[in-house]
Design a protein around this ligand. Structure first.
Ligand code: NIG
Ligand code: FE
Length: 412
């Protein structure tokens, strides 16, 4: 039993039970309460009451005067389970070789593949755990992690088993995505169908049997999988019982968006080359557009049209896409400032995108992403009464305390 008492600002992101914020007016509504306390019991939010109105309480009380309390942040797209680094590719890009060209020359994802395959389970687990801890220290209470750098039966299972272990040992909620369809690994270059058969056959069955993934993701791109292949992969994944996400419209529009919508995917992620007609196609669907400003910064190309999407009355979620190649950025404050200064979203829109809408992109918005009665007692507590300070201090972690299901899992 816990009472979060007297925060200077309580940003509830209340959705009145809708569990989503779409468009300008909803996304700009932070649900601000002052002089209020949040009561938590058994890991849930059980009440939000005027400060001091609880008489003779036996609750553990934390005085948060001078602080801002908001929902625990939801990081809905990461590739945190990797080994090795790709600094050489960063330098090549600065000399004019672009990301797709590096991929065509056998670098990129295939590069990390080698590092992951040659790393032991212990090494990979240690690396991944360290990254999870860093996210927790920034107020993240729900974190998605993808496989996708093993791309053989044993190496994908190795990654997914590590993620599953971390699910059990971590202080926050971890969600796991099978990204066996990241690229066709080099050894199957001339036998793509065989690789797709492996991903959708034996490997998928084992993942289901051993409960190793919550979601199925695929990279629909010229250097990865076609729309037709994505369609086939999705069909099998849905039959197996996994929820769908798609990396799409990153460099080229090759039908990924349409395929994702056909299969009612939970989210479409990247969208750097999404155009007006694509935004129109998203309207009226339940698929959440997830934008990844770190990728545009790290690869130095155009940002996804997040502003246009929101102006179109649609929801947007934001994530780091933390990975060794296209966005080696795990700093949430920095990602948020890119969304502010480069994508021109407002601070309130960005926080909505990192809480309730990110929760929607993981289909956990019924229990995460806003401070509403009945939801999980997940909070990020900022060391300031003014949430604009987060944006005024790009790259600084202003998170003071992280609370996951009523337990303090990080504090300064
Ligand atoms: O989300 N686009 C595909 N996959 C990752 C990057 C993978 C990599 O370069 O290692 C992404 O950008
Ligand atoms: Fe990604």
């Amino acid at each position: 039993m816990l009472i979060l008492s007297n925060a200077s600002a309580l940003l509830t992101f209340d959705t009145q039970g809708k569990n989503l914020k779409a468009g300008k007016s909803e996304m700009n509504d932070i649900g601000l309460l002052t002089d209020h306390d949040v009561i938590c019991e058994k890991g849930k939010i059980i009440d939000i009451i005027p400060h001091g109105s609880l008489s003779n309480n036996e609750y553990r009380e934390i005085d948060l005067s001078g602080k801002t309390v908001m929902p625990g942040l939801v990081e809905c797209h990461t590739h945190s389970a990797f080994a090795g680094k790709r600094t050489d590719e960063m330098i090549q890009r600065l000399q004019g070789v672009n990301y797709e060209e590096i991929a065509r020359r056998g670098g990129g994802i295939a590069n990390t593949l080698k590092s992951v395959r040659s790393s032991s389970t212990d090494e990979l687990r240690t690396l991944t755990e360290r990254r999870v801890k860093s996210f927790v220290s920034q107020g993240i209470t729900s974190l998605e992690i993808k496989s996708g750098y093993g791309l053989s039966e044993s190496d994908e299972l190795k990654l997914l088993k590590i993620i599953k272990e971390i699910k059990h040992t971590s202080s926050i909620d971890i969600f796991s995505t099978f990204l066996g369809a990241h690229i066709v690994p080099p050894e199957f270059k001339n036998n793509r169908d065989k690789y797709i058969e492996i991903v959708t056959g034996e490997l998928l069955s084992r993942i289901i049997d051993e409960n190793l993934a919550d979601y199925f993701d695929c990279f629909c791109e010229k250097t990865a999988f076609s729309a037709e292949e994505t369609d086939f992969l999705f069909e099998k994944a849905v039959k197996a019982g996994l929820k769908l996400k798609l990396h799409t419209e990153q460099f080229n529009r090759i039908g990924g968006l349409e395929t994702a919508l056909k299969h009612k995917a939970l989210s479409v992620d990247h969208l750097e080359v999404l155009k007006e007609d694509g935004i129109q196609k998203l309207a009226g669907t339940s698929t959440i557009p997830v934008v990844l400003p770190g990728v545009s910064y790290f690869l130095q190309y155009g940002y996804a049209p997040a502003r246009r999407i929101i102006d179109f009355d649609l929801p947007v979620a934001i994530a780091t896409d933390y990975n060794p190649g296209s966005s080696h950025i795990s700093n949430i404050s920095f990602i948020m400032s890119l969304a502010l200064f480069e994508m021109r979203l407002t601070p309130a829109e960005i926080l909505s995108a990192y809480t309730i809408n990110a929760a929607a992109a993981l289909d956990i918005n019924y229990k995460k992403g806003s401070i509403e009665i009945g939801k999980d007692a997940d909070f990020a507590v900022l060391d300031t009464p003014d949430y604009l300070d987060v944006f005024y201090n790009p790259g600084n972690n202003l998170n003071f305390m992280t609370i996951s299901k009523g337990e303090i899992v990080f504090s300064r």
